[in-house]
Design a protein around this ligand. Structure first.
Ligand SMILES: Nc1ncnc2c1ncn2[C@@H]1O[C@H](COP(=O)(O)OP(=O)(O)O)[C@@H](O)[C@H]1O
Ligand SMILES: [Mg+2]
Length: 241
C-alpha cells in the first residue's frame, strides 16, 4: 500500500492558489524530500495531508485513509514536527514529553519517554525549561515529541531551519536513524540535506509539483552539473540558468 497518494490536491485562498492540483505517490518507508522556494506550497501540502486544513478540491489518502472521511484514523497514524517548533516553552523537556504522551494517551508512557530520551540523548537537558534550550535542542525535542504516538508517517517541516552546521548534522543523524522504519516527508532549503537523506525528492514551484525523482535522476534530466543547479533550473522552469 502507498503511504501517501494525492489526486489533484488543491488549496485555494480566495483567488490565490497555494497548492495547484498535485499528484504524488509516496511509498511506505520512503524518505521523501519536498523542496521549493518560500511560498511554493510545501507547508500547505503538509497541512492538508495531516488534516490540519481542508483541501479546496482533490483527494488524498494516507495509508488508504481519506484525509476528509478518516480524519480520526489519520491523526493516530501520523505526526508533524511543524515549521514553527511546537513545544511548550515554560515546561521542562521531561514535562513536554509527558504532556504530549498524555494528549495521545500513550499506553506505556514511561517506557516510550525513556526510549525517546535515549534516542535523542535528551538526558542532559531533561529538567531544563524548553525556552532555555538552544535552537538545535528545541528542534530535537520537537521531533522527539512528534514520535510520541509511534507514527507510521512523519512530516518534518524545515527541521534544520536556522540551525548552525553542527546542530544540523546532529539532526541528520536522528533522521537517518528513523529512515526506513517509518515514512518521512521532509522539507528543507538545504540541497545537501535532500541529497544525503532522501530516497526521492519532489520539487514544488508556485503550488505545482515540477518534477519527482531521485536527485541523480533530476540532475540527468535537467542536464545540470549538480543537484543545486538542477533544483534552480527545475524550480524556476529554466528561467534561471
Ligand atoms: N492561511 C493562509 N492564507 C492565505 N494565504 C496563505 C495562507 N497560508 C499560506 N498562504 C500562501 O500560500 C502560499 C504557499 O505557502 P506555504 O505553503 O507556506 O509555502 P512554503 O511552505 O513552500 O514556503 C504562499 O503564497 C502563502 O503566502
Ligand atoms: Mg513552509
Amino acid at each position: 500500500m502507498l503511504a501517501i497518494e494525492t489526486n489533484n490536491l488543491t488549496k485555494k485562498y480566495k483567488d490565490m492558489t497555494a497548492v495547484n492540483g498535485i499528484n504524488l505517490e509516496i511509498k511506505e518507508g520512503e524518505l521523501f524530500a519536498l523542496l521549493g522556494t518560500n511560498g511554493a506550497g510545501k507547508t500547505t501540502t503538509i497541512k492538508m495531508l495531516s488534516t490540519l486544513i481542508y483541501p479546496s478540491s482533490g483527494v488524498a489518502k494516507i495509508l488508504g485513509n481519506d484525509i476528509i472521511e478518516d480524519r480520526q484514523k489519520i491523526k493516530e497514524i501520523l505526526n508533524v514536527s511543524p515549521q514553527e517548533t511546537a513545544i511548550a516553552p515554560n515546561l521542562s523537556v521531561k514535562e513536554n514529553l509527558e504532556f504530549m504522551a498524555g494528549v495521545y494517551e500513550v499506553k506505556n508512557k514511561e517506557e516510550k519517554i525513556n526510549e525517546l530520551v535515549e534516542m535523542f540523548k535528551l538526558n542532559e537537558v531533561l529538567s531544563k525549561k524548553a525556552k532555555s534550550l538552544s535552537g538545535g535542542w528545541q528542534r530535537k525535542l520537537s521531533i522527539a515529541i512528534s514520535l510520541i504516538n509511534d507514527p507510521k508517517i512523519l512530516f518534518l517541516d524545515e527541521p534544520t531551519l536556522g540551525l548552525d552546521v553542527i546542530a544540523r548534522k546532529e539532526l541528520w543523524k536522528v533522521v537517518e536513524k528513523l529512515k526506513g522504519k517509518i515514512t518521512i516527508i521532509l522539507t528543507t532549503h538545504y540541497m545537501e540535506e535532500a541529497e544525503s537523506l532522501s530516497d526521492r525528492v519532489g520539487i514544488m514551484s508556485k503550488g505545482n509539483i515540477m518534477e519527482v525523482g531521485t536527485t541523480d535522476e533530476l540532475i540527468k534530466k535537467s542536464g545540470a552539473k549538480n543537484f543545486e543547479d538542477a533544483f534552480v533550473k527545475i524550480a524556476t522552469g529554466g528561467e534561471v540558468e
